[in-house]
Design a protein around this ligand. Structure first.
Ligand code: NCD
Ligand code: ZN
Length: 321
């Protein structure tokens, strides 16, 4: 199986040593990735963004980072300066996930930024959760997505890492809404997190939900819905921090072997999900890169540095060459 120019539309690489440890896994499997800005301090200005991009470029070959900047109350001058350097602006509701304390406290406050983004054709990427009951947080955010979609009809909005099936129906209702789906929301349910022995390594935001949610997400992905794009949300934390309760799943090492099994030989839909949909929806132009998978048993790593990856030690039928 050969994939043409796979793109991960939602990736956390961190910085420094952690970046050096995790980046090779993404660079091996993907031509490009949308890089999330929730570092400490956040990537919320041009200088920091350019330095961060340079760190990624210096530590990879043949891999294009598409940078997201952390949403704040930008003025027009700042946004104009950022425009050519970024893929999107990432909106985190304040305190909703890892390193999002400096996020948005009230959406009204950023309406002028959204207006400018809409005019400048800069997409909006959203972590769509309220601070309500943990299993309802995405569902409660649906009204906010609807309002944003209506108030800014020319703004392309990405509902990131959806885990709640109702959100899928927004895609056909609102022309300007798109979504990313992770490997873990596609394949797992809450049972894998808390149904047996507690598995902190599968704890993430938004939390992985019910079999019905997973099955619906699978159905939409299998039928090749054009507005659904793969975004791993691979989010590494050291084992020590995971055991203290940090949210995030490090899925990067196993992505393409796991997806190859999920698509059961339907290379056409696989290709759309990991590349074509994103490239067409967002006019992404990155250097072409072919990534080959061969049918050969491969065991996912048990540990990578001080991080435990998703599906650690699991055997897969396909291996990335
Ligand atoms: C992410 C992280 O660790 O940066 N964690 C997560 O659970 N997904 C942040 C995020 O995307 O919410
Ligand atoms: Zn994320």
């Amino acid at each position: 199986m050969t994939l043409n120019t796979p793109i991960d539309m939602h990736l956390h690489l961190r910085e420094g040593e952690m970046l050096k440890t995790v980046l090779p896994y993404s660079a091996k499997q993907f031509a490009a990735a949308v890089i999330m800005p929730n570092l400490v301090p956040p990537v919320d200005n041009k200088n920091r963004l350019i330095d961060y991009k340079e760190e990624i470029v210096q530590n990879s070959d043949n891999f294009t980072p598409l940078m997201n900047v952390f949403m704040k109350e930008f003025d027009e001058e700042e946004l104009l300066k950022l425009k050519d350097e970024i893929f999107a602006v990432k909106l985190y509701p304040a305190g909703i996930t890892t390193n999002s304390e400096g996020g948005v406290k009230s959406i009204e406050k950023i309406y002028s930024v959204l207006e400018m983004m809409s005019e400048l054709n800069i997409p909006l990427s959203v972590h769509g959760e309220t601070n309500g009951f943990v299993l309802d947080r995405e569902r409660e955010f649906i009204d906010i997505y609807k309002k944003l979609a209506k108030d800014f009809p020319n703004l392309k909005i990405i509902m990131e890492h959806i885990g709640t099936s109702e959100m899928l129906y927004l895609l056909d209702e609102y022309e300007n809404l798109y979504t990313t789906v992770t490997l873990h929301h596609l394949l797992l349910t809450l049972d894998e997190v808390v149904g047996g022995m507690l598995n902190p390594h599968y704890f993430c935001k938004p939390i992985i939900k019910t079999p019905k949610d997973r099955d619906e997400i699978q159905k939409f992905v299998k039928k090749g819905h054009k507005k659904i794009m793969f975004g791993s949300d691979s989010a590494p934390h050291s084992i020590k921090n995971k055991l203290k309760g940090a949210a995030g799943i490090f899925s990067a090492p196993v992505i393409l072997p796991a997806l190859a099994e999920f698509f059961e030989g339907d290379l056409e839909t696989f290709q759309k999900f990991v590349s074509d949909n994103a490239r067409e929806n967002f006019n992404i132009n990155v250097p072409e890169k072919k990534v080959e998978l061969i049918e050969e048993e491969w065991t996912a790593p048990y540990i990578v540095g001080n991080i435990k990856p998703m599906f650690a030690g699991k055997k897969f039928k396909f291996k990335v060459l």
